[in-house]
Structures are given as structure tokens and as C-alpha cells.
Ligand binder design. Structure first.
Ligand SMILES: Cc1cc2nc3c(=O)[nH]c(=O)nc-3n(C[C@H](O)[C@H](O)[C@H](O)COP(=O)(O)OP(=O)(O)OC[C@H]3O[C@@H](n4cnc5c(N)ncnc54)[C@H](O)[C@@H]3O)c2cc1C
Length: 223
């Protein structure tokens, strides 16, 4: 859980979730999801009709069809300049690529990694065209944050990972995500929606209002 965060932040998140009635099964994987149940790797069978999968990202299926050996999550290993080894003029980036960070470990699948690697790739294509040597990608780590629930979040700010927890991290999460929205209108709409949710205790526009979505046919195996 929250693999990219410190063990202190992980312990805090677990405590907050348990206080909200969440039962955690740590150190085990999901082995099978069926209609009406989930089986864990330790053999535990959980009867349920509702499964929400948040088990991580996999690269788009295109990576399986390129004839290149893929790494973790079906992602493609790239060189420091984001090119794919052995394929001239081919770049892989964002969630599609295993891009190594300063510590030699793959960078996480984050919007900031995708955005920064996109800019580096664009620059390298221009350098290619100009016949100049490509530049290596250097990720600028501005930190990570995760929302847990009302008044609780964890954040590790900046390259030195200054840790925040609780209401301060919750406010920081809202502030950063509002700031990242592209228009003033979207920012105001987000704040109104969040205030409605926070003070009114009711969800806003995200609720489905299509009657045909309200019933799920568990015997329908169509993909
Ligand atoms: C639920 C969720 C929450 C997230 N929250 C955060 C967050 O809070 N902060 C954060 O930094 N990151 C977050 N992420 C991760 C972030 O969204 C990704 O890291 C980022 O979008 C990766 O960008 P990308 O351009 O590499 O891939 P994507 O944004 O996935 O774009 C890839 C595009 O390629 C298209 N595509 C796929 N296959 C093909 C094909 N064969 N031909 C043509 N097009 C194709 C796809 O349809 C898609 O539009 C979240 C991800 C998820 C799923």
C-alpha cells in the first residue's frame, strides 16, 4: 500500500483507513476475481458483488506487439535519452516506459513523470533533426501526495521529501490539484464541488443518473 511513500506515511494511512472501517489484508495478492467472490493468494475467499480494482497500472497492450522484451507492468526499458535500445528513432515514455531515476530504480507511473519525459522527448527529436547529440532525461521530483479521506492525506514535498500528514496534507492536496487545473473556471468549479462535498456531506455531479447503469448482470461475461 502506498509503495512510493515512507513507512511512517504507510502506517498513518493504514490507521486512518482502519478508523473508517476498512479491513486491510497486507502482504497478500488477489489471485482470482469471480462473480460473487474474490480469492486472495493466502486462500482467503471474500464473498462480494462489488469489486473495485486499484492494483496498479499496466502499459497499453501495444507494448506486447512490438517484438521487444518488456519489463515490469509490460513497460519498455529505455535508455537515458528515452530511446528504445535497438530501435532507431523510437522513443518510449510516460506510463509506457521503465525510465530509471537517479537511484537506478524505475520512476513511478505519475503525471509529472509523463509530462517531463514528454518535454525531454520533444527536445531530443528536435536535437535529432538538428543533427546534435540527444540529452539524458533528469526527473525533477516535486514530491508525492495521496488523499485518504476527509481531513486525512499524506504528502512528501520536494526532492528531500518533507513529510506532511493529516489536515495540512489534505489542504495541500486540494490546493495543488486545483492549481493544476487549466482554467480559472475549472478551479472555481472544483472548489465549489469540494466545498459542497465537505460541508454538505453529499456527493456532487459524479453520481450516475442513468437508470440502466444501476443494475449489473453478473452472469454477463462480455469483455
Ligand atoms: C485512477 C488514476 C488516478 C491517477 N492519479 C494520479 C495523480 O493523482 N497524480 C499523478 O501524477 N498521476 C496520477 N495517475 C497516473 C497518471 O494518470 C499517468 O501516469 C499519466 O496519465 C501517464 O501519462 P501517459 O501519457 O504516459 O499515458 P496516458 O495518459 O494513459 O495516455 C496514453 C494514451 O494513449 C492511448 N493509447 C493506448 N494505446 C494506443 C494505441 N495502440 N494507439 C493509439 N493510442 C493509444 C490511450 O487511449 C491514452 O489516451 C493516475 C492514474 C489513474 C489510472
Amino acid at each position: 500500500m502506498l509503495i512510493a511513500f515512507s513507512s511512517k506515511a504507510q502506517t498513518y494511512a493504514a490507521k486512518m483507513l482502519e478508523e473508517r472501517g476498512v479491513k486491510l489484508h497486507l502482504g497478500t495478492r488477489v489471485k482470482e476475481v469471480g462473480s460473487g467472490h474474490v480469492v486472495l493468494s493466502d486462500g482467503t475467499r471474500i464473498p462480494t458483488h462489488t469489486v473495485i480494482w486499484a492494483g496498479g497500472l499496466k502499459a497499453a497492450s501495444l507494448s506486447d506487439n512490438l517484438g521487444i522484451k518488456t519489463g515490469q507492468g509490460g513497460r519498455i526499458d529505455v535508455q537515458a535519452d528515452l530511446t528504445v535500445p535497438g530501435l532507431t528513432g523510437v522513443y518510449a515514455l510516460g506510463d509506457f516506459a521503465n525510465i530509471l531515476g537517479k537511484d537506478g530504480k524505475p520512476l513511478p507511473q505519475l503525471g509529472s513523470v509523463a509530462e517531463q519525459s514528454g518535454k525531454c522527448c520533444a527536445k531530443n527529436i528536435l536535437l535529432d533533426i538538428a543533427g546534435k547529440p540527444r540529452e539524458s532525461f533528469h526527473y525533477l521530483d516535486k514530491g508525492i501526495m495521496a488523499m485518504i479521506g476527509r481531513n486525512s492525506a499524506v504528502a512528501e514535498v520536494g526532492e528531500h521529501r518533507h513529510e506532511l500528514q493529516g489536515a495540512i496534507a489534505f489542504a495541500a492536496w486540494l490546493g495543488v490539484h486545483a492549481a493544476l487545473l487549466i482554467s480559472t473556471r475549472a478551479k472555481i468549479a472544483a472548489f465549489v464541488e469540494w466545498a459542497w462535498d465537505y460541508f454538505g456531506g453529499a456527493r456532487g455531479d459524479a453520481i450516475l443518473d442513468r437508470s440502466e447503469e444501476l443494475q449489473i448482470n453478473w452472469n454477463d461475461d462480455r469483455k
